[in-house]
Design a protein. Structure first.
Length: 297
């Protein structure tokens, strides 16, 4: 596993100057970014498959251990505030439980059965999308979880940083990001972790776009639940409709913080009609507006 190898280039790292050390680590981060590009076709296929499953009511299930698990949880945790993704449609399966997010739980990742048990407890089934992340691709907990998820009919996706990783044999979609040796041998929170975060950013963002939770590059599925988000909602409505922000604020208030409904109210819709149209188009604001334009012709 290249992620565990010692690179001859960095054997004297601890004797280097600060500037040489940070430059080397920075170069490693660029390597991580470059490693993602060859994986784009695999990411694209996973996105399309996942979006179809989630349209049918499935859940997003993130699986991991240690650094990889924490990175996966960070990605999933941001979906609700950014896209108003329902909390009951996201599941975290972390080796050692959620306490392992903040504090290492020794040995938690070494048991395949524990991974399978966690999947069973979560009630994973054929409607769900299971994203398993492991730098080595050999983590027993993650392997056990993905195997169990596949046996239950879930859509399985594996992200790993080593070619030929056992995790890939269990996944319908295999996302390989070959980041190679680390500046610090085995410290996969460095290059491997950065590449994993990029992959998850691309995957989850693209899925949310495909599900109609973005319109014209704006987070229209965001719900204005605090002062900062309320202000952002007003700006979004103003930008889409072309009204001033005071008027946009009134529409957001009438829509009880729902940006999509606020946009339609600003376009002259009645609230009940706006709700019905969004339901008819599975929440896709572009589809609703396109229908409105088509009907007006």
């Amino acid at each position: 596993m290249l992620t565990e190898h010692i690179s001859p280039r960095f054997v004297d790292l601890d004797s280097w100057s600060t500037s040489d050390m940070t430059a080397a680590m920075y170069d490693g981060q660029l390597v991580a970014c470059a490693a993602v590009r060859p994986a784009l076709p695999a990411i694209n296929a996973a996105v399309d498959d996942a979006a179809s499953a989630l349209r049918r009511g499935g859940r997003l299930v993130y699986v991991g251990a240690g650094t990889s698990g924490r990175i996966a949880i960070q990605d999933g945790a941001e979906l609700r505030p950014t896209y108003d993704w329902p909390s009951d449609r996201i599941v975290f399966v972390m080796a050692g439980g959620m306490q392992a997010v903040l504090q290492s739980v020794e040995g938690a990742e070494d048991n395949e059965e524990k991974g399978a048990e966690a999947i069973a407890r979560a009630g994973v089934d054929q409607h769900d999308v299971v994203m398993a992340v492991a730098a080595s691709g050999t983590t027993p907990f993650t392997i056990g979880a993905l195997r169990a998820a596949g046996a239950r009919g879930a859509l399985t996706i594996a992200v790993a940083n080593n070619r030929g990783a056992p995790l890939f044999a269990l996944a319908r979609h295999r996302i390989l990001i070959e980041t190679g040796t680390e500046v610090l041998a085995g410290s996969t929170r460095m290059q491997a972790g950065t590449a994993q975060k990029i992959v998850l950013n691309l995957f989850s963002t693209a899925v949310m776009v495909k599900l109609g939770r973005v319109y014209r590059g704006l987070m229209v599925n965001m719900r204005a639940s605090n002062a900062k988000l309320l202000r952002r909602a007003q700006i979004i409505v103003s930008q889409i409709v072309g009204c001033d922000e005071n008027d946009a604020a009134q529409f957001v208030q009438r829509a009880e913080g729902d940006v999509k409904i606020a946009v339609l109210l600003a376009l002259g819709w009645e609230q009940a009609d706006a709700v019905e149209a969004l339901l008819r188009h599975e929440g896709n604001l572009r589809a609703v507006i396109d229908e409105l334009v088509h009907d007006a012709k």
